[in-house]
Design a protein around this ligand. Structure first.
Ligand code: GLN
Length: 261
């Protein structure tokens, strides 16, 4: 009897060593092969692009904003530690697809094309594509955009719609909203198409600019997940539902948007 127990213990130990070594090798093989980190090390890794005030931007060394604060509350509810990765907007979806990041939260608009690549959470905010021009611009409404030079942030819906509607040759793609606005100030482009809240922040921070009254497109923001990670998607949706119901989400939005107006 004792021997059987010993053999069982040895087999168990061998199985454990095997399992651990298998884990080790998959971790070192490649970033792309990682399965969701969430369950494994208690972290929730959110990819964003922190040039998008008031949703995500730097305050000193720290990334703050509506998305950062909502994500922190979601992580708290899930018992996970939030880690924010600041990457180019166009790298967020590929990084979520390869499980480099657990989720993408970046004032990201739900589109049919993106839905083919990632799953989205429930919507937590609305966005509008706005047009920024110089105060003395000849562009008075979106009907005047034909043949004009349009600046956008690469891979955003502003980029996608403008390229579709006005042609690749009329659209200059910048790596960030900041650089697009610089392009407008320097006369490299005649306008910038970008989400309305960042547009307001850019106009407030730069003199001589204004936002056209007619907006370009209305959209829903949501959080992106790997298509295989429906468990995390469900948990985040449940947390989000509670945070919307108890007024926490509205409180954060008010802190960054309504209070500032
Ligand atoms: N809402 C836009 C999009 O999803 C822009 C997002 C952003 O620049 N962070 O494409």
């Amino acid at each position: 009897m004792k021997n059987i127990k010993k053999i069982l213990a040895l087999l168990l130990a061998a199985a454990l060593v095997f399992a651990l070594s298998a884990c080790g090798s998959s971790n070192t093989s490649s970033e792309a092969e990682k399965t969701s980190l969430t369950v494994e090390d208690g972290k929730l890794i959110m990819a964003t692009n922190a040039t998008f005030p008031p949703y995500e931007f730097y305050e000193g060394e720290e990334i703050v904003g509506i998305d950062a604060e909502i994500a922190a509350l979601i992580a708290q509810k899930l018992g996970l530690e939030l880690e924010i990765a600041d990457v180019e907007f166009g790298s967020i979806i590929p990084g979520v697809q390869s499980n480099k990041y657990d989720m993408g939260m970046a004032g990201m608009t739900v589109t049919d094309e993106r839905k083919e690549k990632v799953n989205f959470s429930d919507t937590y905010a609305k966005g509008i594509q706005a047009v920024i021009v110089k105060e003395d611009s000849a562009i008075k409404s979106i009907d005047d955009l034909d043949g004009k030079k349009i600046g956008v942030q690469e891979s955003t819906t502003g980029d996608i719609y403008a390229t579709d509607d006005y042609g690749e040759e009329n659209v200059t793609k910048y790596a960030s909203g900041n650089l697009a606005v610089e392009g407008l100030k320097n006369g490299k482009v005649d306008c910038v198409i970008i989400d309305n809240e960042p547009a307001k922040a850019y106009v407030a921070a730069n003199s001589g600019l204004k936002i056209l009254e007619t907006s370009y497109a209305e959209e829903d923001y949501a959080i992106a997940f790997n298509k295989d990670n429906t468990e995390l998607q469900k948990k985040v949706n449940a947390a989000l539902k509670e945070l919307i119901a108890d007024g926490s989400v509205q409180k954060i939005i008010d802190k960054y948007i309504n209070a500032a107006e």
